[in-house]
Design a binder for this molecule. Structure first.
Ligand code: NAD
Length: 262
């Protein structure tokens, strides 16, 4: 008996097999869910479909989340081909590379709007279009980062977008709770993915993380996926509006222990 037997899941944000979204998809599948995918069109044939095939998934739909029409088309197709949706995973974000370097004060108006649109508003848009398909007991999970709470060098506008994302999780949880739909975020420690490579200084930050985090290790996509399985399952049935840290305890530190880092 799998924890997620009989459940259906739609995952937004697979770029390749390093993606957090792929780790989550794989884990949901291992626990019994049947999984579909949506990613930007340019990634689908080369990267996403071959991964989908590995776990026997045939639902692979293109979507740029800046476009309401494309979002609607994904859920219309889901409704026609699959029907009910139990688990929606939002694991995507974007900001201009120039805005993930240097000073936050230099963020352009357009760069700010773009980061907010793709990285925060898209959760609201996906939740709204998913809503007619979500049954009581279903779960929406998104991905955040500690830069939403505290200043992390170079994370800049993405930190502001993640703060908006975490606030959106709480408002969505309040809206959808009466329908039995839960909404939560996982705040993951640094993971080496395509998106992370766009952040100036990520490599140094990543390499020092395991020495400082209380659990003394780096975070893997499997670590994040474990929490996603729990949030997707009925084991977390009274948990909503939360941001769950999967960061080896890094966020509890005030000043990192200088002995640990040595
Ligand atoms: P990734 O590069 O594998 O995934 C990012 C995805 O966002 C890609 O699939 C990309 O195509 C998608 N995307 C970007 N713009 C889009 C658009 N307009 N429409 C649709 N999709 C779009 O990187 P990842 O690290 O797995 O990122 C997944 C999520 O995890 C993001 O929200 C990221 O901020 C978050 N996160 C990452 C880390 C980390 O260290 N890697 C830590 C905490 C949170």
């Amino acid at each position: 008996m799998g924890l997620l037997d009989g459940k259906t899941a739609l995952i937004f944000g697979v770029a390749n097999d390093h993606s957090i979204a792929w780790g989550i998809a794989n884990a949901l599948h291992e626990h019994g869910a049947s999984v579909g995918f949506s990613s930007v069109e340019s990634l689908i044939e080369k990267h996403v479909r071959p991964l989908a095939e590995r776990i026997g998934s045939t639902f692979v739909a293109p979507c740029d989340v800046r476009d309401d029409g494309q979002i609607r088309a994904v859920f219309d197709r889901w409704g026609a081909e699959v029907g009910r949706l139990d688990i929606l995973v939002h694991a995507l974000a974007f900001a201009n590379r120039a805005d993930l370097d240097g000073l936050f004060v230099n963020t352009s108006r357009d760069g700010f709007a773009l980061a907010m649109d793709v990285s925060a508003y898209s959760l609201v848009a996906l939740a709204r279009e998913a809503r007619p398909h979500l049954a009581p007991g279903s779960s929406i999970v998104t991905l955040s980062y500690y830069g939403a709470e505290k200043v992390v060098a170079h994370y800049n506008v993405m930190g502001v977008a993640k703060a908006a994302l975490e606030a959106s999780v709480r408002y969505l949880a309040a809206d959808l709770g009466p329908e039995g739909v839960r909404v939560n975020a996982i705040s993951a420690g640094p993971v080496r993915t395509l998106a992370a490579q766009g952040i100036a200084g990520f490599k140094q930050m990543y390499s020092g993380f395991g020495a400082v985090a209380p659990l003394r290790s780096n975070i893997t996509i499997e670590d994040v996926a474990g929490a996603a399985v729990w949030l997707a399952s009925d084991l977390s049935r009274q948990v909503t509006g939360e941001t769950v840290h999967v960061d080896g305890g890094f966020n509890i530190l005030g000043v990192p222990n200088p002995d640990a880092a040595g």
